[in-house]
Design a protein around this ligand. Structure first.
Ligand code: RFL
Ligand code: PHB
Length: 389
């Protein structure tokens, strides 16, 4: 089989890119290791930046989001004593959209057949070949047969553990990484949220986040040491801990219910440079990871894809090879700013094992400053809604 662009991975990055390329008449195929059902079962991001929403609008795939998504004009930082509301709408004139990654992925998946976007699910042993040159190809096995797709460009949208990043020789790439000494234990339940906006809390006992998927579905997180096992966290134990960390006002509004999903995700900051090697481009978690504190992971995947689509349209339509060559620098400039914001908010809102009373006072002083300064709030707000594409 021959195509213009072979996309590895049908998560949000791969599907979004496939749709953007098809909308410009560029031939592409998406190759995914898992089944579509499995991809949809992963509970992940919940907050979309304006830019991500804008891409769905541009594709005309925003109808369900407009009905079911919840626009939020603010969010809250709590420290056990007070709630600092960041009035994102007043400070930036923009809002974020609470709409689950599962729903966004479903919208992209459902629209694929009608838009002529071919997605090959359950592809085993996916491997990238000759990406340094001008005739790369991808091989995989499916239903007992070996397949090969020849392309002009390969885009790796295969997440942190996928094979695309590994296809770049070690002497070409450079890794920047910070692994955090805790993970987030998340719980999803069909109960109304405790607050109409998100609450990020830094409590003496640790971090907590109250989020949601809809008016009847809540998503909560607490941070736990990496040594914790999910089997040791009964639903009641999670609810008890949330009630303490979120503080008495929020606790009074918490409705408890059985967990639909409960898991622990490690926290990591990671950037791989460059995001292009020869005919291979990397997008999303394949190239970088942020801790979830800033709600940036999916949104960064979307901005990468936006830049990649722009470059590929210029390349295939106008023969502009410089556009592809410039992709990495353009994407990385935005990636590093989101890395910084996610890291800074993680530092502000979590208790690190190595921290002593001085670091605690620094956190408190920074929260005091944020509470009292519109300039500080504006800086947080413009990062939270997403820096311009
Ligand atoms: P994905 O979603 O990991 O998709 C990669 C796809 O590639 C497939 N794949 C392969 N396909 C073929 N061959 C192989 N060998 C393959 N290996 C892997 C995988 O099966 C998969 O389908 O990466 P993508 O598309 O780059 O999207 C990134 C986002 O998923 C991620 O950044 C976010 O979920 C991060 N994140 C959040 N982001 C936000 O913007 N806002 C949030 O509120 C937010 N909350 C979160 C999060 C991530 C979390 N976890 C669990 C990591 C909350 C959590 C708890
Ligand atoms: C979520 O709802 O899953 C969520 C919200 C905000 C974050 C991270 C995760 O910062």
């Amino acid at each position: 089989m021959k195509t213009q662009v072979a996309i590895v991975g049908a998560g949000p990055a791969g599907l979004l890119l496939g749709h953007l390329l098809r909308a410009e008449g560029i031939a592409c195929v998406v190759i995914e290791r898992q089944s579509g059902e499995y991809v949809l079962s992963r509970i992940r991001a919940g907050v979309l930046e304006q830019g991500t929403v804008g891409l769905m609008e541009r594709l005309g795939l925003d109808a369900r989001m407009k009905v079911e998504g919840l626009p939020h004009g603010g969010f809250n930082l709590a420290d056990g004593e007070r709630l600092i509301r960041i009035d994102v709408a007043a400070l930036t004139g923009q809002s974020v959209m609470v709409y689950g990654q599962t729903e966004l992925t479903r919208d992209l998946m459902d629209a694929a057949p009608a838009r002529g976007l071919e997605v090959i699910y359950q592809a085993g042993d996916v491997a990238l070949h000759d990406v340094a040159g001008n005739a790369p190809f991808v091989t995989f096995a499916r239903q007992g047969r070996d397949h090969r797709i020849d392309a002009r460009i390969v885009v790796g949208c295969d997440g942190f553990h996928g094979p695309s990043r590994q296809a770049i020789p070690a002497n070409v790439g450079r890794v920047f990484e910070r692994v955090y000494p805790f993970g987030w234990l998340g719980i999803l339940a069909d109960v109304p949220p405790c607050n109409h906006e998100l609450i990020y809390a830094n409590h003496e006992r640790g971090f907590a986040l109250a989020s949601m998927r809809s008016a009847t579905r809540s998503r909560y997180y607490i941070d736990v040491p990496l040594t914790e096992r999910i089997e040791d966290w009964s639903d009641d134990r999670v609810w008890d801990e949330l009630a303490v960390r979120l503080g008495p006002d929020a606790a009074a509004q918490i409705t408890r219910g059985p967990a639909l999903e409960k898991s622990i995700a490690p926290l990591r900051s990671f950037v791989f440079e460059p995001m292009r090697h020869g005919s291979l481009l990397l997008c999303g978690d394949a190239a970088h990871i942020v801790p979830p504190t800033g709600a940036k992971g999916l949104n960064l995947a979307a901005s990468d894809v936006h830049y990649a689509a722009q470059a590929l349209v210029a390349f295939f339509r106008d023969g502009d090879a410089d556009a592809v060559a410039g992709y990495s620098a353009k994407a990385l400039a935005r990636v590093w700013k989101s890395e910084r914001f996610s890291w800074a908010l993680t530092k502000l809102m979590h208790r690190f094992p190595e921290d002593g009373p001085f670091e605690r006072r620094m956190q408190r002083a920074e929260l005091d400053y944020i509470a009292s300064s519109e300039a500080a709030q504006r800086s947080i707000a413009e990062n939270y809604v997403g820096l311009p594409l």
